[in-house]
Write a protein that binds this ligand. Structure first.
Ligand code: ARG
Length: 463
């Protein structure tokens, strides 16, 4: 097939610079198998509608099937192909002759590319959900291994209150469980409606059974509005958003692993497989894996901004701008998949070395205030009294264990006799037994709840 698909109308040559500028290959190769499967469904619909003979339908489906089987790496696209769709049509015509010229009956590249990218988004969403679940499991396994180890939890990156290390790690597992759910939802929505049959924008004038066609490709139904069908990119923006949020979560963990690996924190040691050395400083173990995950999350956020900026000013229906929606999607999907894998490995192989708060640690200040409240004092007064005691303890160069019993009773007679129970980090944690709190029994209940959430997500992924 010589020239462009539209050479009847525009027989001249394109400016070579513009030709290269407008070509969507090789990025389009991400759509390879999806475009072929959609074309096969279309060919069967043409056959059923007797728009093409049974022999032509067979020849076309056979040629498409051969390409699928040979795989994307064997696909003979060239620089002259405008995009994947034209390249596939060219190769099919080369292989089956005249039947190939009937392949594009009743469809447009507008409904074709939308259909293929819906199918791509479905598959990508499912794969990402699987990776997010693996990551959640890695965080859960580390939490289980942490047992009842205590750390000083932080707010504002300042010592705050004692918590279980497990409790802290589980927060990341919950984030990942929501990411997995978002990926599954994005995947499901991608196969909600099929664009095939929408044609360029107005639908098709042929009697194609687009409902059957949709079902064969795994969609629930065709789009209700053909103009919407060729213009809608919500599914694509939603998946890119799910990637941006998931990588933002990973970036928060990355930041924490970087800080925690500094000897000043001394809370974690990443395994040798996930750190690099320095070309100059022989002693170095740099947490590059986490640093790169943190950096790459920014580029995924950029993908989302790119997609939304592309969409926000577009009149209906299809415009060539929409060709530029897919490279950011592919980048977001690949980067998120890789970031999830790297962080899963880094977490699985990391060794946590929590420095537990000592008896009387300043992170127990809230416990002292709550103790006064239990004895009847209004919280605001208790807060002020313990605030003064914290300042004195700090001036003495230590923590509450530096203060004498007399100093406590002078500050308030309500402190009573049993401060060792109040100032023991273990007992402090045990008191935080509210749902989702840090008490060992609450954390165990949380783990059970998480296990059942992950189990249902795994089931949703395979069903
Ligand atoms: N490569 C194009 C894209 O990705 C395919 C659709 C082209 N349609 C058109 N009317 N030029 O959007």
């Amino acid at each position: 097939m010589a020239g462009k698909l539209w050479s009847g109308r525009l027989p001249g040559q394109l400016d070579p610079g513009f030709e290269a500028f407008s070509c969507s290959l090789p990025a389009d190769l991400h759509l390879f198998e999806h475009d072929l499967k959609a074309s096969m469904a279309h060919v069967r619909a043409l056959g059923r509608a007797q728009m093409i003979s049974a022999t032509d339908a067979q020849a076309l489906e056979g040629a498409l099937q051969d390409l699928l089987q040979a795989g994307v790496d064997a696909f003979p696209w060239t620089d002259q192909d405008e995009d994947l769709h034209t390249a596939i049509e060219r190769v099919v015509v080369e292989r089956v002759g005249e039947a190939g010229l009937r392949l594009h009956t009743g469809r447009s590249r507008n409904d074709q590319v939308a259909t293929a990218s819906h199918l791509y988004a479905h598959q990508a969403g499912q794969e990402l959900a699987g990776e997010a679940l693996e990551f959640a499991q890695a965080a859960l396994t580390q939490a289980q291994a942490a047992g009842d180890q205590i750390i000083v939890g932080m707010t504002h990156l300042q010592p705050a209150q004692p918590v279980l290390l497990a409790h802290h790690l589980l927060a990341y597992a919950w984030m990942a469980s929501r990411d997995a759910e978002r990926f599954l939802t994005a995947a499901a929505r991608s196969r909600h409606s099929s664009p095939l049959g929408a044609g360029a924008l107005a639908g098709t004038g042929f009697d194609l059974d687009v409902g059957q066609c949709a079902l064969e490709m795994g969609f629930a139904a065709p789009y209700a509005n053909s103009i919407d069908a060729v213009s809608d990119r919500d599914y694509l923006a939603e998946l890119t958003f799910a990637c941006a949020l998931a990588t933002s979560h990973l970036s928060r963990l990355a930041e924490e692993l970087i800080l925690w690996s500094h000897p000043a924190f001394g809370r974690v040691r990443l395994a040798d497989q996930f750190v690099t050395g320095s070309s100059m400083m022989p002693q170095k173990r740099n947490p590059d894996s986490a640093e790169l995950v943190r950096a790459k999350s920014g580029s995924v956020i950029g993908d989302l901004v790119g997609v939304l900026s592309l969409l926000k000013g577009l009149p209906l229906a299809y415009m060539r701008d929409l060709q530029e929606d897919k490279p950011p999607l592919y980048h977001a999907v690949e980067t998120t998949k890789n970031s999830l894998r790297i962080m899963t490995g880094a977490l699985q192989t990391a060794t946590f070395m929590p420095a537990a708060p000592a008896y009387g640690d300043l992170s127990l200040a809230t416990e002292l205030a709550d103790h006064l409240v239990r004895a009847g004092m209004p919280f605001r007064q208790a807060h002020a009294i313990v605030g003064q005691l914290s300042a004195t303890a700090e001036e003495l160069g230590g923590n509450f264990s530096r203060l004498t019993r007399a100093e406590f009773s002078q500050a308030s007679s309500l402190f009573g006799e049993h401060l060792e129970v109040v100032l023991d980090p273990k007992q402090a944690i045990a008191r935080h037994h509210s749902v989702g709190g840090s008490a060992p029994q609450a954390v165990r209940a949380q783990i059970e709840r998480l296990e059942s959430v992950l189990q249902s997500l795994r089931q949703a992924l395979v069903s």
